[in-house]
Design a protein around this ligand. Structure first.
Ligand code: AMP
Length: 255
């Protein structure tokens, strides 16, 4: 089967996963000034998986298209995706506006239709808002089957077998394309992108649109009332022997 798959990979620009976010002065979100941003780690895994399928099944994938919805700086995560092997990309530039998962799903639906995608591989969750909603809502809007929290993906023509991470084990399911897959951490380990590949990616297509260009007016339906840090952990005590440990635990009435 040749040129069968058209893959769409949504990639979100988020605060770098290695950083500890600080809450802003108004307690309504995290501080974003002067902070390093990167591709959402689960989306990095999604990009890696799309590229892996392309490499392992010569001629099966016709196109891998990355989409980001965010400020104009989100072009950086699209360039990274292109450098990793994605073919084409779209930024839906919404400036600094927060876009809720339902709105993201509606935008993605439009792009899936325009790109004639039949497989969407995306993160199970964006690490900034931890919503874990977009994939599921996109599946609902498109009326497509979904395989969430994937730890293994096997493509055989237009049939895809996905192993899912579930509480205390795994579940294997099979579906026919079109399909939405959301990625879990164990699916693969994304490779670092090299500088020459980053340079080459500058020549790959990156289109910039406004939400209105695809007929979407962004609505905000949620208001963040407050964001709080978790309570600080109490410092521990060092003990020198097992006896001392047992005494301490007794003192604390833990045993
Ligand atoms: P969420 O439902 O917000 O936790 O996000 C789940 C997944 O949806 C992410 O891992 C991305 O693949 C995709 N996604 C969410 N927001 C965006 C965005 N602004 N731009 C591109 N993809 C997004």
């Amino acid at each position: 089967m040749s040129g069968k798959l058209r893959v769409l990979v949504p990639v979100k620009r988020v605060i770098d996963a290695a950083l500890k976010p600080r809450i802003n002065k108004t307690n309504t979100g995290v501080e974003t000034k002067g902070i390093k941003f990167s591709m959402n780690p689960f989306d990095d895994i999604a990009v890696e998986e799309a590229i892996k399928i392309k490499a392992n099944h010569k001629g099966l994938i016709e196109n891998i298209h990355a989409v980001s919805i965010g400020p104009s700086k989100s072009q950086e995560v699209l360039r990274t995706a292109l450098a990793k092997g994605v073919d084409t990309s779209t930024l839906v530039d919404v400036g600094d506006q927060e876009v809720e998962p339902l709105q993201v799903s509606k935008i993605l639906k439009k792009l899936v239709e325009r790109e004639k995608s039949n497989l969407v591989i995306m993160g199970k969750q964006a690490i900034d808002d931890d919503s874990n909603q977009t994939g599921q809502m996109l599946a609902g809007l498109l009326n497509w089957p979904q395989a969430t929290n994937a730890s293994k993906v096997e493509v055989n023509g237009d049939v895809v077998t996905v192993t899912r991470e579930v509480d205390g084990g795994s579940e294997t399911i099979r579906a026919k394309l079109p399909l939405i897959i959301t990625t879990d951490l164990r699916l693969n380990e994304p490779k670092f992108v090299t500088l020459p590949k980053m340079m080459k990616a500058k020549k790959k297509p990156l289109e910039v649109l406004k939400a209105e260009d695809i007929g979407i007016t962004i609505e905000t339906r949620l208001e963040v009332l407050s964001v709080e840090e978790p309570p600080a952990r109490q410092s521990g005590v060092k003990v020198n022997s097992v006896d001392e440990l047992v005494d301490k635990l007794k003192e604390l009435k833990a045993i």
